[in-house]
Design a protein around this ligand. Structure first.
Ligand code: MYA
Ligand code: JJ1
Length: 401
């Protein structure tokens, strides 16, 4: 059982949800514990100032050596410093939510947890909640119950800002996921993936057959496709919020600033495209993907795997298809498959080795046709201090970095 999680306001394993809503009530600011939780005496709290080049590099180094690995410890996420700056400084970000732990004697950064503000809808409720990410404890300090202290401290700092719900994801199962999604992978550079042991040559196949199978077109084919510009933010915001409204859990992009931050292209971080109708100049479609390389652990030939991850997308359903749910589904599958075929082309042009996606949103509609295969990883979605019924992967509209 869970000595820590059993004490927290989360749905306990086996508990039924009769009504959705908070588990613990909100507390006025002056009744929130004012002092940080105590750490074992050799450690101290710090705020990591990621605008300071020296500190962002310390955070990068902690994560690059100690963050999430696959089940067989062959790959480890290698978020870049520019990526972390982007992920941790959206509109409304707070330095007090970039929480580090240092060794008191030499000030070495050995643990971290972060929160960012986000507007996330679950079913009909809009939450202004904290998205928790990048929880990390140095490998040499594992299993000493430091993680619960980090979690309690970010919770306290969230309460101080008047936020009482959080969303987070994880590879492991805790009490209790609201959804469990599976990773799918689309090879772009099969030879390298095999050399890294990321994928295998099936017994009835050969490398050259795989190279042929996974070839993509030289150029995208959708008329009117172009890179997104910051000036597109208003239209992209409307299109995307409308599309996301069909999922049971999804973000709400409340301002054009949010859209510019998260969805306008950022070099070496996020790639975003729109389809502009050649006649009306209206934006009809949008998609984006982000970069997240993984270090290849203990491989002589390759040090890094260059992976693109599907991020947000939206299509406009023309009126004649929108009238009928069967036509809507058929149009969605066809249009998305065409767009994502172009996404693969653009990712290949940008030198990605593999394109990853979860089976959330409408991704299952194109996963097979575009030759994605199931991975061995799963991603569990959680809400803190909110009872919520189970959500199927295709009803998840939230992508966390
Ligand atoms: S998910 C990514 C997590 N990071 C990694 O996987 C990186 C590699 N691993 C590590 O750095 C360590 O193994 C970590 C645990 C730090 C994960 N989420 O200190 P311990 C529980 C939640 O002895 P360690 C992400 O970033 C575990 O069940 N709890 O363990 C989202 C046990 O509790 P219990 C976790 O291995 C994070 C306790 O910790 C996780 O040294 C969302 C053991 O502690 C996990 N991924 O360190 C955090 N892993 O006994 C929650 C282990 O009860 C946010 N544990 O089973 C909640 C909302 C807070 C804000 C609320 C606002 C209102
Ligand atoms: O990348 C992942 N798995 C890969 C590598 C597996 C290596 C052995 N364990 C994988 N490869 C097969 C690909 C193949 C390509 C051709 C078609 C068939 C498939 O399956 C997995 C995801 O599948 N990644 C992880 O396990 C990383 C951790 C995932 C949990 C993330 C938690 C994030 C927390 C953030 O808040």
């Amino acid at each position: 059982d869970h000595k820590f999680w059993n004490t927290q306001p989360v749905l306990q394993h086996g508990e039924n949800v009769t009504e959705e809503g908070p588990i613990d009530p909100a507390v006025p600011r002056d009744q929130v514990q004012q002092e940080p939780y105590s750490l074992p005496k050799e450690f101290e709290w710090c705020e990591v100032d990621i605008q300071d080049d020296k500190q962002i590099i310390e955070l990068y180094q902690l994560l690059t050596m100690n963050y999430v690995e696959d089940d067989d410890a062959q790959f480890r996420f290698d978020y870049s410093a520019p990526f972390l700056k982007w992920a941790l400084q959206p509109p409304g970000w707070r330095k007090s939510w970039h929480v580090g732990v240092r060794v008191s004697s030499n000030k070495k950064l050995v643990a971290f947890i972060s929160g960012i503000p986000a507007a996330v809808r679950s079913h009909k409720t809009l939450h202004h909640l904290t998205e928790i990410n990048y929880l990390c404890v140095h490998k040499k300090l594992r299993s000493k119950r430091l993680a619960p202290v980090l979690i309690k401290e970010i919770t306290r700092r969230s309460h101080l800002e008047g936020v009482f719900q959080a969303a987070y994801t994880g590879g492991i199962v805790l009490p209790t996921p609201i959804a469990t999604c599976r990773y799918y992978h689309r090879s772009l550079n099969p030879k390298k993936l095999v050399e890294c042991n990321f994928s295998r040559v099936p017994r009835n196949s050969t490398i050259s057959a795989m190279v042929k199978k996974f070839k993509v077109a030289e150029q995208p084919s959708t008329p009117g496709l172009r890179e997104m510009k910051p000036e597109d933010a208003t239209q992209v915001r409307e299109l995307l919020n409308k599309y996301l409204s069909k999922f049971d859990v999804a973000p709400v992009f409340e301002t054009d600033d949010d859209v510019c931050h998260w969805l306008a292209p950022t070099p070496e971080v996020v790639w975003s495209y729109v389809v502009e109708d050649t006649k009306t100049h209206r934006i009809t479609d949008f998609f984006s993907f982000y970069t997240l390389p993984s270090s290849v652990i203990g491989n002589d030939k390759h040090k890094s795997l260059n992976a693109a991850y599907m991020f947000y997308y939206a299509i406009d359903i023309p009126e004649k298809e929108a009238a009928d749910s069967y036509d809507t589904a058929r149009y969605t599958k066809q249009r998305l498959t065409e767009l994502m075929r172009d996404a693969l082309v653009l990712a290949k042009q940008a030198d990605f080795d593999v394109f990853n996606a979860l089976n959330l949103m409408d991704n299952s509609m194109f996963i097979d046709d575009l030759k994605f295969g199931p991975g061995d990883g799963y991603l569990n979605y959680y809400l803190y201090n909110w009872k919520c019924r189970d959500i199927k992967p295709h009803k998840v509209g939230l992508v966390m970095l």
